[in-house]
Design a protein around this ligand. Structure first.
Ligand code: GLC
Length: 736
């Protein structure tokens, strides 16, 4: 009785308080009510202040109303260290050393949406704990050329794969009360000339290739923010592009979140106001030029906007729409009820990173079953290569991280081998020293001459007496390699690695090449190297994941998210000389034929195909069947087959479904990825795998009609272990 009395009494006291609590402060009130209530309490100055940066990574709230600031943080692979208020340099905090998760190419290479969900959950927890309510990632720009310095931050060459992998990442980030800010919208497919290059591409290729992952991020992932790209489309900067932001993103896709500029991506106040930009960030004045500090009030959406409002040249309605979106972001994040607290730098997150890395590592070649290394037979292991020891979590541009720790490949191998065998290390090759990134007054590294010949001779000599040679090379995060702001100049490996690998293979046939990179590289030595592994940038636990695969604790199951062409000119952006454009414009003459779509069309054999990846076991595919051979455009169709693990080890296989439209009114790719399933099979186990697709998987975008079309006619479903390894197929038809 007494308890009931107390409850009634407390409600009697609380209710009037609630009644006086402004709606926007009431966590139980619907978000839109909170938005409207807050909006009508704000002054014009407070509204404009919210639209632009006040520091490197923050924008003002409304202190008078208790509405907090919005804090952004890079990046897609981990939470960037705190930087100074108005400088890119690190603030040297002692509690911001994060867990670095694998690069997004590695996540895409897992072909496992569950890993994408786990990734989003974990990085969202780290962002939440660091009190950042907007994560500046993931990136989903399509891999168009293997030279793009930022491909490591993206999810490969196929829009369907990128779309399937980005949605769970975003959903799980946002479950932490942190907004994902998918980027860079759109057509940011090269770094050279990135701040102004005007991309000329057909509406068809835009809708079929370059937009689908963004559309999925918004419509299925429910992203609360999106970042405009630096480049131009239709001769208008993407950060204030009427067609991309107002027409496609906000009108057609129904985006209700915030459009954030890339840092310094804004160039015009009137366009920024009218064309859908909501928040402007940057560096000093117009973002791209070094200038005096603290000029945020001079930003395009700052004082200049206020002036236009005051003299009636800009309307309150557009301003209010921008502010509504930002308030919605605040009530979805900082002021959301029951927001979790996050966690940071935890062993659980390190384990997440390791699991994703292990699922993403791709076994490209394994002649004579050189892998896995059998420690019961091998007593003397030689590890060669700078990438066995080089830090890969720092550098690369805005995705650079200050990590709690990073296990190098050498350290991972040493930890795994222990005293069972002897591990010797020689550098073999060396890259020029790079200045430290984001460090104020960083000392310039002393220029030293690198004697590549001597390094190579030492390694080759050591290789002669080893039982197995593990070469760990590839690219790195140095400028001009896998690094933001520029592109590579060649498909070749740098630092004379090709000569070294060929010499090592000659000196010792028991040799494994591990490539650490975010891009395809040429492999003139692929015939001599019995085993080749693509090990990506795998973050904090990289070395342990690589060792687990090399020594067989983990059976590799990764598949390539982009093609490895044998030659640069086999790639669509280079075949016709499109890339990198003339400095003003770049034209995508390859249109929808990007990646494997191009090689299929031109009948070019890749070095390693999109979707390729081997296992330490074998899989056998049964014949695919179809539930009905004729469907209407409104019906679904289901394909079913059995897959058996015929080897002696448990393993996982990514079963891929491609659809081929045998006859269409417009040219179509030979086939396109429209389904995939990662199946885990014990040795000897058989599973039934099925795919159900609908018209969306059968349609194409018709520029002339400005719509997606599903045409009747003959189709084929092709199921395989990669785009170049089709195991079984079945015909079907869309009836008129
Ligand atoms: C950079 C990048 C963007 C990053 C932003 C903040 O220039 O293009 O991806 O999030 O600026 O560092």
């Amino acid at each position: 009785m007494k308890k009931r009395f107390v409850i009634i009494l407390s409600w009697a006291i609380a209710l009037p308080l609630f009644a006086q609590t402004p709606v926007y402060l009431n966590p139980a009130a619907p978000i839109e009510d909170r938005v409207e209530d807050a909006l009508q309490r704000m002054t014009r100055e407070e509204k404009v202040a919210m639209l632009h940066a006040q520091s490197k990574f923050s924008a003002p709230g409304v202190p008078r109303l208790g509405i907090p600031e919005n804090w952004m943080s890079d990046g897609p692979h981990g939470i960037r260290a705190e930087v100074l208020w108005d400088e890119w340099y690190g603030a040297n905090w002692t509690n911001d050393s994060c867990i670095a998760f694998p690069a997004l190419t590695a996540l895409a290479a897992s072909w496992n949406p569950d890993m994408a969900a786990l990734y989003g959950k974990s990085i969202g927890e780290e962002a939440r704990y660091r009190n950042k309510n907007v994560l500046l990632g993931p990136g989903v720009n399509i891999y168009r050329t293997p030279l793009n310095g930022r491909n490591f931050e993206y999810m490969g060459e196929d829009p369907y794969l990128a779309a399937q992998m980005v949605v769970p990442y975003i959903k799980e980030v946002q479950r932490n009360g942190v907004a994902a800010c998918v980027k860079h919208f759109a057509l940011n497919n090269q770094e050279i000339y990135r701040n102004h290059i005007n991309v000329q591409v057909s509406a068809r290729a835009l809708h079929e290739i370059y937009l689908p992952a963004f559309k999925a991020a918004i419509q299925q992932g429910g992203a609360w923010a999106i970042m405009g790209a630096y480049n131009q489309y239709k001769n208008q900067h993407c950060c204030h592009n009427r067609y991309l932001l107002n027409d496609i993103l906000k009108r057609d896709w129904g985006f209700d979140g915030v459009v954030v500029s890339d840092w310094g991506g804004v160039h015009n106040t009137e366009e920024a106001i009218a064309n859908g930009l909501d928040m402007e960030f940057g560096t000093w004045t117009n973002g791209l030029n070094w200038g005096k500090s603290d000029v945020y009030n001079q930003y395009y959406l700052a004082q200049p906007y206020l002036e236009l409002l005051k003299n009636g040249q800009a309307g309150e309605d557009v301003l209010n729409d921008k502010v509504r979106r930002i308030l919605r972001l605040v009530f979805r994040t900082n002021m959301a009820p029951n927001r979790p607290y996050g966690s940071f730098g935890t062993q659980a997150h390190a384990e997440t990173g390791r699991r994703i890395a292990e699922e993403g590592i791709v076994l490209l070649q394994n002649n004579r079953n050189v892998l896995p290394v059998d420690l019961s037979k091998v007593k003397n292991i030689l590890v060669v290569g700078e990438n066995a020891v080089k830090k890969m979590t720092t550098g690369g541009g805005s995705s650079s991280l200050k990590v709690k720790y990073e296990v190098s490949p050498l350290a991972g191998i040493q930890a795994r081998v222990g005293s069972v065998a002897q591990v010797t290390y020689v550098k073999g090759y060396e890259s020029p020293a790079e200045g430290e990134q984001d460090v104020k007054n960083a000392k310039k590294p002393e220029a030293k001459t690198i004697d590549a010949k001597a390094l190579r001779a030492e390694a080759v000599n050591a290789a002669k007496s080893a039982d197995v040679v593990l070469f760990i090379g590839g690219l790195n995060k140095n400028a001009g390699q896998d690094c933001e702001g520029d592109d590579r100049k060649t498909l070749d490996l740098p630092y004379a690695q090709n000569e070294l690998i060929a010499a090592l293979a000659k000196a010792n046939p028991n040799m494994v090449v591990v490539i650490i990179s975010g891009n395809a590289v040429a492999m003139p030595w692929a015939v001599q190297a019995p085993a080749i592994v693509e090990a990506w940038y795998n973050g904090t636990e990289a070395g342990n994941a690589i060792a687990a695969v090399l020594f067989g604790d983990v059976n590799p199951s990764g598949k390539l998210p982009f093609t490895f062409p044998a030659r640069l000119q086999d790639n669509s952006a280079h075949a016709a000389g499109d890339y990198p454009g003339d400095g003003k414009n770049v034209t995508y003459h390859d249109d929808i034929f990007v990646g494997y779509r191009w090689l299929d069309k031109e009948k070019i054999k890749p070095l390693f195909a999109f979707g390729h990846g081997l296992s330490y076991t074998m899989f056998q595919y049964g014949e695919v069947s179809v539930n009905k051979s004729k469907i209407t455009a409104a019906e679904t169709i289901t394909f079913t087959l059995s897959v058996k693990n015929t080897g002696t080890r448990d393993g996982a296989e990514v079963v891929q479904l491609y659809i081929s439209d045998k006859k269409a009114s417009l040219p179509r790719p030979v086939k396109e990825l429209k389904g995939f399933k990662k199946v885990y099979l014990k040795a000897g186990e058989t599973q039934t795998v099925s795919f159900t697709i609908d018209h969306a998987a059968l349609s194409f975008y018709d520029d002339a009609k400005g719509a997606w079309i599903t045409e009747p006619g003959a189709f084929e479903a092709l199921v395989g272990a990669s785009s170049a390894d089709i195991k079984t197929d079945v015909a079907f038809e869309i009836k008129r």
